[in-house]
Ligand binder design. Sequence first.
Ligand SMILES: *[C@@H]1O[C@H](CO)[C@@H](O)[C@H](O)[C@H]1NC(C)=O
Ligand SMILES: *[C@@H]1O[C@H](CO)[C@@H](O)[C@H](O)[C@H]1NC(C)=O
Ligand SMILES: *[C@@H]1O[C@H](CO)[C@@H](O)[C@H](O)[C@H]1NC(C)=O
Ligand SMILES: *[C@@H]1O[C@H](CO)[C@@H](O)[C@H](O)[C@H]1NC(C)=O
Ligand SMILES: *[C@@H]1O[C@H](CO)[C@@H](O)[C@H](O)[C@H]1NC(C)=O
Ligand SMILES: *[C@@H]1O[C@H](CO)[C@@H](O)[C@H](O)[C@H]1NC(C)=O
Ligand SMILES: *[C@@H]1O[C@H](CO)[C@@H](O)[C@H](O)[C@H]1NC(C)=O
Ligand SMILES: *[C@@H]1O[C@H](CO)[C@@H](O)[C@H](O)[C@H]1NC(C)=O
Ligand SMILES: *[C@@H]1O[C@H](CO)[C@@H](O)[C@H](O)[C@H]1NC(C)=O
Ligand SMILES: *[C@@H]1O[C@H](CO)[C@@H](O)[C@H](O)[C@H]1NC(C)=O
Ligand SMILES: *[C@@H]1O[C@H](CO)[C@@H](O)[C@H](O)[C@H]1NC(C)=O
Length: 661
Amino acid sequence: MVLFRVAVLVGFLTATVTAVDITVQASGGNKTSRIPYGLMHEDINNAGDGGIYAELIRNRAFQGSSRYPVSLAGWSSINGAALSVKKLAEPLSSALPSSLNVAVGNSAKNGSAGSVIGFKNDGFWGIDVRVQNYTGSFYVRGSYNGTFTASLSSALTNETFGSVSIQSKSKKDEWVQHEFTLVPETAAANSNNSFALQFDSKGVEGGSLDFNVISLFPPTYKGRKNGLRLDIAEAFEALNPKFLRFPGGNALEGPDLANPWKWDETIGELKNRPGRPGVWGYQTSDGLGLVEYLHWCDDMKLEPILAVWSGLALDGAYINESSLQPWIDDALAEIEFIRGASSTPYGSLRASLGYPEPWKLQYVEIGNEDWLAGAPAGYDSYRQYRFPLFKEAIEQKYPDIQIIASPSVFDNMTIPSPAAGDYHPYRQPNDYYAEFAKFDKLTPDNLTLVGEFAAVHPNGGLDWDAGLHPFPWWIGGVGEAIFMIATERAGDRIIGSTYAPILRNMNRWQWSVCMLEFDASKTTLSTSYHVFKLISTHPITSNLPTTPSTNTSSLFFVAGRNEDTGTHIFKAANYNTTQHEDTPVKVGFEGVEEGRKAQLTLLTGSEGPFGYNDPKTGNNAVKETIDVLVANEEGVFEWVMPELSVAVLEVSGNEGKDEVV
Ligand SMILES: *[C@@H]1O[C@H](CO)[C@@H](O)[C@H](O)[C@H]1NC(C)=O
Ligand SMILES: *[C@@H]1O[C@H](CO)[C@@H](O)[C@H](O)[C@H]1NC(C)=O
Ligand SMILES: *[C@@H]1O[C@H](CO)[C@@H](O)[C@H](O)[C@H]1NC(C)=O
Ligand SMILES: *[C@@H]1O[C@H](CO)[C@@H](O)[C@H](O)[C@H]1NC(C)=O
Ligand SMILES: *[C@@H]1O[C@H](CO)[C@@H](O)[C@H](O)[C@H]1NC(C)=O
Ligand SMILES: *[C@@H]1O[C@H](CO)[C@@H](O)[C@H](O)[C@H]1NC(C)=O
Ligand SMILES: *[C@@H]1O[C@H](CO)[C@@H](O)[C@H](O)[C@H]1NC(C)=O
Ligand SMILES: *[C@@H]1O[C@H](CO)[C@@H](O)[C@H](O)[C@H]1NC(C)=O
Ligand SMILES: *[C@@H]1O[C@H](CO)[C@@H](O)[C@H](O)[C@H]1NC(C)=O
Ligand SMILES: *[C@@H]1O[C@H](CO)[C@@H](O)[C@H](O)[C@H]1NC(C)=O
Ligand SMILES: *[C@@H]1O[C@H](CO)[C@@H](O)[C@H](O)[C@H]1NC(C)=O
């Protein structure tokens, strides 16, 4: 909910409560990171497949593993066609040994409606059908004279929203790719829809056809082929993110030593990607692979923070020192693939895939949470040889790369400067409140990325033993705002921060507290999303000292300037007050004179501390008000912050004296 209004000043201030009176100095602060907020992505909660990766067809390539065997999941027969998964002597590729065999069943050979047969896919818990261009393709092997019909229809009523005929170019002993564009004539009322591919069994020679990589994409973010789901990507773009940490997370580590995230199995044509057993209970397609992550960075103007596998699996097993070198070489090869000249071996592999220009890569993280799985022995191996050996090799070849260790200085690891650490505080809201001064301890040498954070446990609970909150909730968001303000105050030492996980498919998820929830057709922005957005869309490029320098009550704040826009910025979060009273705030900026205008954006929890945004009801428990404030004769802005509220004040630049920012 957004309310715009022009404020009547001070008249309504409660006289009995003393205002928090803050002066922001004109100079004397520190430059802050240019990438203060970003995104972190891995395939959890069907965040990738069935999530931001826009592919609509589930199990499109019959990928599987010993953990998640190959199956017909998602597929069903039309008109008696007999479906089976086959391992052909001549598969589509060595990466994809299994494919779909569609045999002309008895019932289909005859009868009036009978000769047209096929198969359908119910998508990732449905398919969103609108009047727009869907881009599809499939490989077929076998002799078929006739046309294929691709269509989108209701799984409930069978109503067909659109279809397209595709002339067969199939051949007996060859895999032939077919491409098509499907434009529905009408939109579906809900997402209970399926995609079908049908053909006339009378034109089939040999009794069956084989299919693989059956794919359908809606329009994607920035029109990228094999790209991102538009509504989800645009919701992230609106956060003004500056970096992307990928590919995990636990997904990087993999379930066991045989199955880490292998960058070279995620590149090239889709038919050359085997997929892998993910660590969150399902097989992943790797359609969202290394190049797609880099395209995501290109299209959203994000700095890539690449995590390379450090030799630790999620089951706690780790690589011995004598066996580590091949994995160090693998990380160097991955980095070369990304940023090496096209004359280098892996740079030329990149060029051969159609990307002659190197990408920019300045941040490489070695592993993920190496302090956790396999500790203490696994963590000891990280400190003793895994981290030092990876670091040395990468630094030697790429001295300009900022190396990041996967633990932080708060995880009992000494991190040799100029390497940075990675801090993952999943917390109770009260912890963020209590730990506000935590980063004061950091020296300029203790550079830290906050590669994951989120309020996940209810206050007073038993942390991990008590489980996670069912959704992000308002007081959690206020706690996160306090934390974000703390990171900004240390903006010269904190590389950047990102909430995690960012996505949750409401149909299958493993982690309940996520920034954004979605199903096949809609997204829900959590309370934490709104808080993150307010704070991240008003970047400070240089902090300014304040008097008082820190909280004197429940009000936590940071101040600074944005040197790109010439504005002054003040961000504040108000936690529990003594008796639930409002907190009057006065903020004066040295050098900002009477009459200057500022925009105040205030977030409050319209459903109290435990309010949350429910995908079922579509409510918004965050109330946003935007006011225009005018500096009084002392150059001071005054407003009131209710208990549990978050605010950003942005003062227009000198040149814009009469303009509202
Ligand atoms: C096949 O269809 C013909 C008419 O089209 C019918 O006479 C015949 O009985 C059908 N055979 C079977 C096995 O259904
Ligand atoms: C489909 O794409 C074509 C070509 O880009 C475009 O002209 C047309 O407007 C699109 N149709 C819809 C429904 O978006
Ligand atoms: C839809 O088609 C299927 C056959 O594909 C049939 O079994 C089902 O009864 C049909 N449903 C409706 C509502 O017509
Ligand atoms: C149809 O889809 C909606 C979401 O669009 C879902 O809530 C509902 O449960 C589905 N209905 C059936 C009968 O599957
Ligand atoms: C398909 O067409 C080819 C020639 O174009 C012919 O040799 C073949 O017999 C046809 N097959 C069927 C099943 O009609
Ligand atoms: C590491 O070495 C130990 C003993 O030296 C051995 O038991 C273990 O299997 C080795 N681990 C791996 C992953 O090679
Ligand atoms: C920190 O690391 C040292 C050395 O490995 C170990 O002795 C100590 O128990 C660790 N402390 C914690 C809190 O993990
Ligand atoms: C933090 O930086 C200081 C140097 O400024 C260094 O001595 C110290 O070891 C670092 N702390 C950790 C835990 O790495
Ligand atoms: C500037 O950074 C130093 C440490 O690097 C810190 O002590 C100081 O508080 C910072 N100043 C501001 C205004 O953030
Ligand atoms: C400032 O916040 C801390 C929690 O981070 C709290 O313990 C302290 O009492 C607050 N200071 C004042 C003066 O209220
Ligand atoms: C703040 O209030 C909430 C209830 O709204 C409570 O759960 C929490 O413990 C309080 N925190 C502090 C630090 O007083």
